[in-house]
Design a protein around this ligand. Structure first.
Ligand SMILES: NC(=O)c1ccc[n+]([C@@H]2O[C@H](COP(=O)([O-])OP(=O)(O)OC[C@H]3O[C@@H](n4cnc5c(N)ncnc54)[C@H](OP(=O)(O)O)[C@@H]3O)[C@@H](O)[C@H]2O)c1
Length: 325
């Protein structure tokens, strides 16, 4: 099968489009003919050797796929050949024509979703959903500030914040990205390349600050938000797309009475499978009614996967990027 292969850790440009042996499903695994691959920020970090996981080379990066089940490993009862599935594993191997996955890491793709939407869903939307429901306990009527609101997971946080009934303030680096976030439902926008973020949040909340901040950016934006939280607020730590993991003077949390809460969706799906299953039911319900909709910015063929990854890591994406074998 064809795959986009990391032969040695290094720049994304070094990935090679070439043949790899077909994977064979082990016990408890399904073999999937990949129809679409979701590009995630971590795909670039993985091949550069900057991610926690370091699979042995050569390997195909990527963890988010949709496709058709074409073979079953021993002991798989929940799927049959021909099922349409979506999956996000903590593993690698998605930038390929076929992938073997643990059956427990797959969901059936609902009939109202196509393959591209399936591959665009979990990493971005699953994370935003878990963050706002379980970690942030976001309530209708509260003010949610979303950093990186035009990016993959930020865009999902805007949509889910509105589905929950919050007032959503989108924070982006350009007016074009703010217009996009407003098209996803955001009530207000802050262009933080032009306006002081701390002051702007206070201006839009009559000085109260944000009830919940969804932060997948980190760095200076985190620093600003840590000074613009409302009493009893929740500052959600999702990622560090800016490249800097911030540090916090913890006296701010004491004085302002807010909580800083870590979000790790992949670990949540493994440690709390029942809560994850309930989340998926709620999420699919929102998608069926149109309240939540994966937004696809661009689709690349697998042989051009390098350009797809660079579009995401290069701050040039609104919604999600998809790669297709
Ligand atoms: N904790 C979890 O379970 C979990 C799950 C999924 C993703 N994540 C993490 O969340 C982060 C965002 O993921 P994503 O898929 O939403 O990425 P994305 O689509 O690339 O969006 C990231 C956003 O960050 C902002 N940004 C600020 N400085 C940046 C820089 N130097 N380079 C790139 N972007 C920058 C950009 O918005 P502006 O241009 O508007 O500033 C961009 O839209 C990543 O760190 C990812 O690893 C965590």
């Amino acid at each position: 099968m064809k795959a986009l292969v990391c032969e040695a850790y290094g720049p994304v440009e070094n990935l090679v489009y070439r043949d790899l042996p077909d994977p064979v499903p082990g016990a408890g695994e399904i073999l999937v003919a990949v129809r679409a691959i979701g590009v995630n920020f971590t795909d670039g970090l993985l091949v550069e050797g900057k991610y926690q996981a370091r699979p042995p080379c050569p390997f195909a990066p990527g963890s988010e796929v949709s496709g058709d089940v074409i073979a079953l490993g021993a002991g798989v009862n929940d799927f049959k050949v021909g099922d349409r599935v979506l999956s996000l594993t903590t593993r690698f191997g998605a930038y390929a024509e076929k992938i073997a996955l643990p059956a427990t890491a797959a969901n059936k793709l609902p009939p109202f979703m196509n393959y591209d939407q399936g591959a665009a869903l979990l990493g971005a939307t699953g994370t935003a959903h878990h963050a706002l429901r379980q970690r942030g306990r976001l309530q209708a009527g509260e003010t949610l500030v979303v950093l990186g609101a035009a990016g993959g997971t930020g865009c999902a946080a805007v949509q889910i914040g509105k589905a929950i009934g919050a007032r959503v303030i989108a924070v982006c680096s350009s007016d074009e990205k703010i217009a996009f976030a407003k098209a996803q439902g955001a009530d207000e926008g802050i262009n933080y390349s032009r306006e002081d973020l701390n002051q702007a949040i206070k201006r839009l909340t009559d000085g109260r600050g944000a009830d919940v901040v969804y932060d997948a950016v980190g760095g200076d934006a985190f620093d600003a938000c840590s000074r613009a939280m409302a009493w009893d607020g929740r500052l959600l730590i999702v990622g560090f797309a800016s490249g800097r993991i911030p540090t916090l003077p913890v006296n701010l949390t004491l004085v302002k009475g807010y909580a800083v809460i870590g979000v790790f969706w992949g670990a949540f799906t493994e440690k709390e499978p029942a809560a994850h299953a309930a989340n998926m039911r709620e999420l699919f319900g929102w998608i069926e009614t149109g309240q939540v909709k994966p937004v696809i910015d661009a689709v690349f063929p697998l042989r051009d996967g390098i350009a797809a990854i660079k579009k995401v890591t290069g701050r040039d994406v609104m919604g999600k990027v998809i790669v297709k074998p």
